[in-house]
Design a protein around this ligand. Structure first.
Ligand code: ASP
Length: 337
């Protein structure tokens, strides 16, 4: 695809070559994300960071990615603080906000809302998550992480074995990741969820039609054996009719070090789109895994900045200008990456 000036609404718009190109550009962003080099390539550009649904890392990492390229960020958080709460349409909001920004990232609880917004926007729009539908930048950073983690083990994405655990019905990160995997070959997926939170049938049919192997399971211990990647997710309680309904599914699958040691292979990589629900009734990914070197959750969040910088640079067509306009940082940096 031609990235310049494009909206990023869902992962189906990417070919395998597009994904490889994003990953290459993301690699080249590492010196900036690690605070070794500084670029001002987006000096004067404004990001409209519009999060009408709760977010921590997606919102902040998109903002930081833009800042690291030298641009300014203007933010709206929460629907109550916006004119949408006064009955304004996505069309009007998009027309207005796109007059104030060079690019917009938007998140909203309604599936399809970001596409509706983008259709009226005068600048490119990136989907920061629309309901249970899509979360394209999360899927890209997840797949980037998978490819780098497997790469260290001499493996590639094609042929990998991945176990997806938890709320596969409402989890948009899982939905986008499954769609992105369509671009690869011979993936062996084990889907571990309660019956009521199964991955919707259309994803399974599409994965199988692409030649991937899909096995469904209700048991964590047997499902995570022989997996290269175990990808755990949170019960998406905000998408249930009531908190009580969501409560039924919390804590059904809990991964901790003891279970990991007994059932996983020595190098199985543990991932989670975060936030992990660490409350006692859920505790889906125990803190006793924090020192496990195969816990990749914070590498995922670091990689999110690289991917988001890459998307900005490609959409705004500045990739080639970055290194030419950059310099070393002039402050002492004690950060460990
Ligand atoms: N942060 C991810 C999302 O926004 C996953 C989650 O919230 O559970 O979809």
């Amino acid at each position: 695809m031609n990235f310049v000036g494009s909206h990023i609404l869902g992962v189906e718009q990417f070919s395998r070559e597009d994904i490889a190109r994003i990953f290459d550009v993301a690699d080249s962003m590492a010196p900036y994300a690690r605070r070794e080099r500084v670029t001002r390539v987006l000096e004067g550009a404004i990001l409209g960071n519009m999060f009408f649904e709760p977010s921590t890392r997606t919102r902040v990492s998109f903002g930081c990615a833009w800042n690291l390229l030298g641009g300014e960020v203007r933010e709206t958080t929460g629907i109550k603080a916006s004119a949408l709460a006064k009955g304004e349409s996505f069309y009007d909001t998009a027309r207005v906000l796109s007059g104030y920004s060079d690019l917009i990232v938007m998140r909203h609880e309604k599936s399809g809302s970001v596409s509706e917004f983008a259709a009226a926007s005068r600048v490119p729009v990136i989907n920061g998550g629309d309901g249970a539908n899509e979360h394209p930048s999360q899927a890209l950073l997840d797949l980037y992480t998978i490819s780098r983690e497997l790469g260290h083990q001499g493996k590639i994405i094609d042929g990998m074995r991945i176990a997806l655990v938890g709320d596969l019905r409402f989890g948009r990160a899982v939905h986008s990741l499954c769609k992105l995997l369509m671009a690869y070959q011979n993936i062996q997926l084990t889907l571990i969820s309660p019956e009521a939170l199964k991955l919707p049938g259309e994803y399974i049919v599409a994965l199988e039609n692409k030649g991937h192997t899909v096995t469904e399971s209700h048991a964590l211990q047997s499902g995570i054996q022989h997996a290269d990647i175990v990808y755990v997710t949170r019960t998406q309680e905000e998408r249930f009719e009531s908190k009580d309904e969501a409560q039924k599914y919390k804590g059904l699958f809990r991964l901790n070090q003891e279970i990991y040691t007994e059932f996983c292979e020595p190098n199985t990589v543990i991932m989670h789109p975060l936030p992990r629900d660490s409350r006692e009734d859920a505790n889906e990914l125990d803190n006793d895994l924090n020192d496990n070197p195969n816990l990749a959750i914070f590498r995922q969040t670091d990689n999110g900045v690289l991917i988001r910088m890459a998307l900005f640079a490609m959409i705004l067509d500045v990739v080639e200008q970055i290194d030419a306009t950059s310099r070393n940082v002039n402050w002492y940096t004690s950060r460990r990456f």
